[in-house]
Design a protein around this ligand. Structure first.
Ligand code: ATR
Length: 259
């Protein structure tokens, strides 16, 4: 079996090491590679799937939406998020799924049941997560208009951007922005005052981010980006192979890579 993650640029993806560890643990022969795809070559990759030169792909920036017209069917997760991160073969059909949001929500539910959630950011990552979340969702984004548009689409609320918002209403706060990502590791999107919320960050480079360090210093519970990364990959792996992978092994593999 042959799988790949496609994107541009793609050099730092952790998907191959994770999927190959799972393939080996399941006793399956297969490989998982990275393909750096130029926009003009996207259709060619889809053709490789139709010819069964590839058995499944993960899709990352900047093709999560651009791939949609080439597929035969979307799962409801992808339909709702308007983005695809997994393409698999079902009979004669190429099916698009979105496991980013569901992966995050599974990682979150394993920690607590959230009722009042603040999502920071309104980009592609926020969209997948907001589409998958239950509970009351409030969105805050540097560009307020994007927060309002996303909130309107998903029956959520929007509040104006502030680096020191009132955090008292929320039991869960999720950073979906790129603030704090390498190389600007000292940056945080908000100041943590007056909150007892679980603080989540979908960034995993670095793990933990400065936001999560600040949260821990205040005695708050945190959820870093690793469980989400592992769960979105696990849901893709299940669609690719029909096997449920070992999540503990997956988390060990990724944490070792991030050391
Ligand atoms: P992704 O698909 O990873 O979400 P994106 O669609 O480019 O990527 O969205 C990036 C998110 O990070 C956006 O919410 C963006 O805010 P804007 O909509 O105002 O651009 C947010 N973001 C990026 N840099 C930021 C910064 N320095 N401060 C605050 N928010 C930032």
């Amino acid at each position: 079996m042959r799988f790949a993650v496609i994107g541009h640029p793609i050099a730092h993806s952790l998907s191959p090491v994770l999927h190959e560890a799972w393939l080996e643990a399941a006793g399956l022969f297969g490989c998982y590679s990275m393909i750096d795809v130029e926009a003009d070559d996207l259709e060619q990759v889809v053709r490789q799937l139709r010819m069964r030169e590839l058995d499944g792909i993960n899709v990352t920036i900047p093709y999560k939406t651009a791939i949609i017209p080439f597929l035969d069917r979307l799962e409801p997760s992808a339909e709702k998020a308007g983005a695809v991160n997994t393409v698999y073969v079902d009979g004669m059909e190429l099916v698009g799924a979105n496991t980013d949001g569901t992966g995050f929500v599974r990682a979150l539910s394993a920690r607590q049941s959230s009722e009042n959630i603040l999502v920071i950011g309104a980009g592609g990552a926020a969209r997948g997560i907001v589409a998958a979340l239950d509970g009351t969702v409030t969105i805050m984004n540097r560009t307020d208009q994007r927060a309002r548009a996303l909130a309107a689409e998903f029956q959520a609320q929007a509040i104006d951007w502030s680096e020191s918002p009132d955090l008292t209403p929320y039991d869960t706060i999720i950073n979906t922005t790129s603030v704090g990502m390498m190389p600007r590791v000292e940056a945080t999107p908000i100041e943590l005052t007056e909150t007892r919320a679980l603080i989540c960050d979908i960034i995993y480079r670095p793990t933990p981010t400065q936001l999560l360090r600040d949260a821990s210093a205040r005695g708050l519970a945190t959820l870093d980006g690793v469980p989400m990364f592992v769960l979105q990959a696990a849901e893709a792996f299940e669609r690719f192979t029909g096997h449920a992978p070992d999540l503990t092994l997956g988390e060990q593999v990724i944490r070792k890579q991030l050391e």
